[in-house]
Write a protein that binds this ligand. Structure first.
Ligand code: ADP
Ligand code: MG
Length: 883
């Protein structure tokens, strides 16, 4: 496109030429007037552009004109040509372009034809024409095929190249006709038989067409070149004297362009843009119909100079008829004459649009350098000068392409119908799928729901059955417990009674035997006396002694029988008591004293019957304490058990305690703790010791006799909760003795006490808690004395009691809880324990006690304790606890 600037930039220097718009390849939009539809009406003025081309000297001229200077001198930079008149004078002419003998074919194309071709591509008509004397290079300029040398390709070939490069073969079409006018007949160069083609003019539009001409659609350059070659072969080429190769016919190449531009699109957008014809766009596309006419005129030489004769002369006349008609038309146009004799020749009729019409026209006038043809050269130059004055009104040829739009719409409609049908089907399928899916889900949900309901129902039933079962079990366990308790007690009572009965029976038998023997002896004595009366007296003496001994024995036995009887009655009473006690329990009366602070409540409750007490007192009185104590060492286990029970009962009475201890009962009881083989003996002995340990003097005695060790030993290996309870009770009593603190601890009393928590029986735990509370109380007393005997941490803490204390501070058994709460308060009163208590979590328990304890006194004590300890106060402040 750069070379098109030659026209654009070149100023029109010819004084006789109008300063018109430059020959632009693209017309300024503002210049375009249009009214679509209804055919092409947008017009823009466009003067015929004229270039002059000088042929180089040929061989002949080189030889013939060697001594003569050329008749023309070119000033291409000034776009001027000087035509020599004589040696000292010349005329100067300005052209739109001056092409020297050195101008390349490419340059000539770009300067002369390319702007026209571009206009044609934009929908205008265009004409490129060569005018000149035969042999000056018209055919060279326009029609060279460039077979041997591509750089020699002429305007026709290059125009088609440009066109094909700029159209879309899908939407646009190019077709050509190739004709010649020879002796005023129009011949089809593509079909020589078609040798008289009429010119048809559209009355309405005035458009000229040659409907008889062969029209060949061009889709590639090669086809086009073959067509040109074919046409060239057909072209009548009559030799003349001037140039044997030049033709005397006018050759006319017509290129018809049909270009489709989408409606609303910028018509002036570049041609190589991909213009999509999407079916979605229903604006009718705009059809642009450009026509390019390339005219290779026959020679313009005068007839008289041609030397033709006969037919040739006629021919020359015909040629010149068309040419002179063309000259006349151009003159008329140049001078704006009212009459332009277009109809005078076929050529002017065919070129109606090219001069004075709507076409963009470019003329190249060819001249030779030879001074011998100066006159022809001058006439050619004048022709060119006149042609430059011809003003055309360029008009775009476009119309709405309703046909293709309707075709497109039809295709689109069919496509939409098909699409719609497909979519309908897809939609129906989708609806069906969703319906099935929904149905499936509903079914599934229903099933799940039913299953869940069923499951829930079964679960509820199971739960219900389970609860019923549990309640029944509970009920039956309770029932069993009541019955079993009663029976066990009764069984043990009955056992004892049976044993005693057997014992008594045995004694009775023994007595009977003794009486029998006594009777026998008496009889023997009578016999003997009779014999002695007749014999000696020593034997009588002996027998008397034996008899007396027997009497003593008898008495003793009788005493024992009495004692046993009394015991039997006591046991019977006991059994009755147990029975009635159980009966009471079963009737809903809780046995009294179970939650009593006393460690011996069980024994005491058993001993609380006056009748029973009386029987024991009786027994005691009857048998004698010493005797009972001696029975503790009896080899008969039954006797030992019985004896220890008696002693335990006696020990429950404070009045007896001193006597028991004096008689060595304590020692015996302690010894019994060693008898592992019988748990009952240990349990009862421990109970007795516990009772004795209530007395302060006895406590010291127990300690002195190594009782702590024995109790600790029992504590560690006994398993019966009742035994442990008794041992714990004994130790708890000892814990309350201020004087024994250190020894109790050093002999392992505290450890033994704590060890018993392994048995989780509440009775045992309660005694342990009581012991701890007692010990803590003594410690706090010791530390609060003015000359405090207690220094350093609590021995309870030392022996690791704190975790258990903290753990049980809120024990659900109120008795345990009370003791532990008291223990905590006592421990807290000694500042030295505070740190351990805080780290052991005891502070929280104390705070809880100070807030929630149901016993006001303990609650107050806890509060008092907390507020009086600086360590606790500081910690509470840190933890933002308020008491
Ligand atoms: P015309 O068609 O005007 O009668 P041609 O095109 O047949 O003339 O040219 C006559 C001769 O001159 C041919 O042999 C051609 O090759 C030669 N010729 C014409 N123009 C040029 C040119 N510009 N350069 C070289 N040779 C040329
Ligand atoms: Mg020619």
């Amino acid at each position: 496109m750069a070379t098109s600037g030659v026209y654009r930039n070149g100023s029109n220097k010819a004084p006789n030429l109008r300063a018109s718009s430059s020959f632009k390849s693209k017309l300024p939009v503002s210049n375009v007037r249009r009214s679509i539809p209804g055919g092409a009406t947008d017009t823009v003025s466009g003067r015929v552009r004229v270039a002059v081309r000088l042929r180089p000297r040929n061989a002949e001229e080189m030889a013939a004109d060697a001594d003569f200077a050329d008749c023309v001198e070119l000033q291409p930079e000034l776009k001027r040509l000087k035509l020599r008149k004589n040696n000292w004078d010349s005329d100067t002419y300005e052209f739109d372009e001056v092409l020297t003998e050195y101008s390349s074919q490419k340059r000539v194309y770009e300067v002369v034809a390319k702007p026209v071709v571009e206009s044609v591509l934009d929908g205008y008509n265009g004409t490129v024409m060569a005018y000149g004397q035969t042999g000056t290079g018209k055919t060279y300029t326009l029609g060279r095929l460039g077979d041997e040398d591509t750089s020699a390709r002429g305007i026709m070939v290059r125009s088609m190249e440009d066109i094909l490069a700029n159209i879309s073969l899908e939407t646009d079409s190019v077709s050509v006709s190739y004709l010649q006018i020879y002796m005023e007949t129009i011949q089809d160069l593509l079909n020589p038989a078609n040798d008289n083609i009429p010119i048809v003019e559209d009355q309405r539009t005035g458009d000229v067409s040659l409907p008889g001409a062969t029209v060949v659609e061009i889709r590639d350059q090669q086809t086009f070149i073959e067509l040109l070659r074919l046409g060239e072969n057909h072209r009548v080429a009559a030799n003349t004297k001037l140039n044997t190769e030049s033709s005397r016919s006018h050759a006319i190449l017509m290129v018809h362009m049909k270009r489709s531009v989408l409606g609303g699109e910028d018509e002036f957008s570049t041609e190589n843009e991909n213009r999509s014809h999407s079916v979605g766009n229903f604006k009718p596309s705009i059809l642009r119909k450009g026509k390019l006419v390339v005219v290779d005129l026959a020679g313009s030489e005068r007839v008289h100079k041609s030397g033709s004769e006969g037919h040739m002369l006629e021919e020359a006349k015909s040629i010149n008829l068309s040419l002179s008609a063309l000259g006349k038309c151009i003159n008329a146009l140049a001078e704006n004459s009212a009459h332009v004799p277009i109809r005078d020749s076929k050529l002017t009729r065919l070129l109606k649009d090219s001069f004075g019409g709507t076409s963009r026209t470019s003329l190249v006038v060819t001249i030779g350098p030879s001074p011998r043809h100066r006159a022809e050269t001058a006439s050619t130059i004048l022709f060119g000068q006149r042609a430059m004055k011809v003003e055309n009104m360029l008009k775009i040829k476009e119309e709405f392409d309703y046909k293709s739009l309707s075709k497109r719409l039809e295709i689109e409609l069919d496509k939409l119908i098909a699409d719609n049908e497909r979519q309908q089907k897809v939609y129906e399928n989708e609806v069906e799928r969703i319906r099935l899916e929904a149905q499936k889900r509903v079914t599934e949900a229903e099933r799940n729901c039913a299953e869940a309901l069923e499951e829930e129902k079964v679960k509820c039933q199971m739960d219900y059955m389970e609860s019923i079962k549990k309640l029944e079990e509970k009920w039956s366990v309770n029932q069993h417990k009541c019955v079993a308790n009663g029976e066990v007690h009764m069984d043990s009572g009955n056992d004892e009674v049976t044993k005693l009965k057997a014992l008594l029976q045995n004694e009775i038998c023994l007595r009977k035997a003794a009486e029998e023997e006594n009777k026998n002896l008496k009889l023997q004595l009578v016999k003997f006396s009779k014999a002695e009366l007749s014999g000696g007296s020593t034997n009588v003496m002996n027998i008397q002694e034996i008899l007396e001994e027997e009497c003593r024995q008898n008495k003793k036995l009788e005493e024992e029988v009495r004692a046993l009887k009394s015991q039997l009655s006591q046991l019977s009473t006991e059994a009755n008591l147990s029975r009635s006690y159980l009966e009471r329990g079963r009737n809903g009366n809780t046995p009294a004293g179970l939650d009593c602070l006393s460690p011996l409540n069980h024994l005491q409750s058993r001993d609380s019957s006056n009748g029973e007490r009386a029987s024991i007192v009786n027994l005691h009185e009857q048998v004698g304490l010493q005797k009972i104590l001696s029975l503790l060492e009896s080899e008969d286990a039954n006797v030992r058990i019985h004896a220890v029970k008696v002693v335990a009962n006696l020990a429950a009475e404070e009045a007896n305690q001193e006597k028991i201890v004096e008689a060595g009962g304590l020692t015996s009881l302690l010894m019994l703790l060693r008898s592992y083989e019988d748990e009952t003996i240990r349990r009862i002995a421990a109970g007795a010791i516990a009772n004795l340990a209530m007395n302060e003097a006895n406590q010291e005695l127990i300690m002195a006799q190594g009782g702590i060790c024995l109790l600790a030993m029992t504590a560690s290996d006994a398993e019966d909760p009742q035994t442990l309870r008794m041992v714990a009770g004994a130790l708890a009593n000892l814990c309350g003795n201020d004087k024994l603190q250190m020894r109790l601890r050093s002999e392992g009393g505290i450890k033994a006490l704590l060890g018993m928590v392994r048995c989780r029986h509440p009775d045992v735990l309660s005694q342990v808690a009581r012991g701890i509370a007692n010990f803590a109380k003594c410690e706090s007393r010791a530390s609060s004395q003015v000359l405090g005997t207690k220094h350093g941490r609590s021995l309870l803490i030392e022996d690791g009691a704190l975790p258990w204390i903290v753990q049980n501070a809120n024990n659900e058994a109120s008795l345990i809880r009370r003791h532990v709460e008291l223990a905590l308060c006592h421990l807290a009163q000694h500042e030295v324990n505070a740190k351990d208590m805080i780290s052991g979590g005891a502070l929280w328990e104390l705070v809880r006690i100070s807030r929630d304890c149901s016993r006001e006194d303990i609650k107050a004590l806890a509060r008092r304790t907390l507020t009086s300890s600086s360590t606790f106060v500081a910690e509470m402040r840190r933890l933002r606890i308020e008491v």
